[in-house]
Design a protein around this ligand. Structure first.
Ligand code: JF5
Length: 269
């Protein structure tokens, strides 16, 4: 996969040289090219921003440097990349979108600073490319570089051969598949006792059926506490008899449509 990132802070993307992404690059599985937007300015001060039409606070990124940068980058490769524009006004970045983007051979990220990029840039490339305005969450950052780091890591670990253990992302809290509707439960390793704290006995039992059930119960407890919206929107066909028991104990009951909703009070804990 090829990734181009256009930014006024190339040094912000230094973390792409380390860990999983750095190793994938060193192995030749990822071709990451970081570009300084100011190289496509022509004035003495390398200006990339200007005041907003209509007034208001802050500055807006000028269209011309983006246009020149993107035209040159597009001409340097084969086919059309998917263009990913981080913005708090974008569609949510989800595991599903990470999977979809991981299947593209070429992505171009355009992290903005200030109040964002002149709208005409998004329109112009939207006519030629698949352009995705994407948000990593409901908060406002000073720029799109941190979201790019987040998205690149989520995408890179899905590429064939990048993660050591090919099975390990099937089980993640947000991986599609078996656990898609639930958060992961707690995990433990050696030593068996640490600061007086022990390991849940079932995990030492060697009883794989009981372990799987306990893990699923813990997943329900955590999802109930941290992300009840996931239970509300889950397809109830995914819940077996034991699932329904734990849900009832946590204060959930099926409604007329079969989907689960919270009742008044949990039975235990
Ligand atoms: C940005 C205009 C980009 O703040 C963000 C962001 C939050 N979630 N996802 C992205 O990006 C920086 C701010 C304002 C455009």
């Amino acid at each position: 996969m090829r990734l181009d990132i256009v930014t006024i802070f190339p040094e912000y993307l230094e973390p792409l040289n380390v860990s999983l992404v750095g190793k994938a690059r060193a192995r030749g599985q990822l071709d990451v090219r970081i570009h300084d937007l100011r190289e496509w300015t022509h004035d003495k001060h390398h200006t990339v921003d200007d005041t907003p039409y209509g007034g208001g606070p802050g500055m807006v990124m000028k269209p011309e440097p983006w246009g020149e940068a993107l035209d040159e980058i597009l001409a340097s490769g084969d086919g059309r990349p998917v263009m990913v524009v981080p913005t708090p006004s974008g569609a949510p970045f989800t595991q599903q979108l990470a999977v979809e983007l991981s299947e593209a051979p070429w992505l171009v990220f355009t992290p903005a600073r200030y109040e964002g990029i002149d709208r005409r840039v998004i329109e112009e490339y939207g006519d030629r490319l698949d352009v995705r305005e994407v948000s990593i969450g409901d908060y406002v950052l000073a720029g799109g570089e941190a979201p790019v780091l987040v998205m690149v890591e989520a995408i890179a670990r899905l590429l064939p051969g990048v993660l050591g253990n090919a099975a390990s992302h099937q089980d993640d809290s947000f991986a599609p598949g078996a656990m898609a509707d639930l958060l992961e439960g707690p995990v433990y390793t050696k030593p068996p006792e640490w600061r007086g704290r022990t390991i849940p006995e079932v995990l030492l039992s060697g009883h794989h059926g009981k372990i799987a059930r306990w893990r699923r119960d813990e997943a329900f407890r955590r999802t109930d506490r941290n992300r009840p919206d996931l239970i509300e929107r889950a397809d109830p066909a995914a819940f077996d008899k034991k699932d329904r028991e734990i849900l009832a104990a946590l204060g959930w009951a099926p409604g007329t449509d079969g989907r689960f909703g919270r009742t008044s009070e949990a039975v235990e804990e």
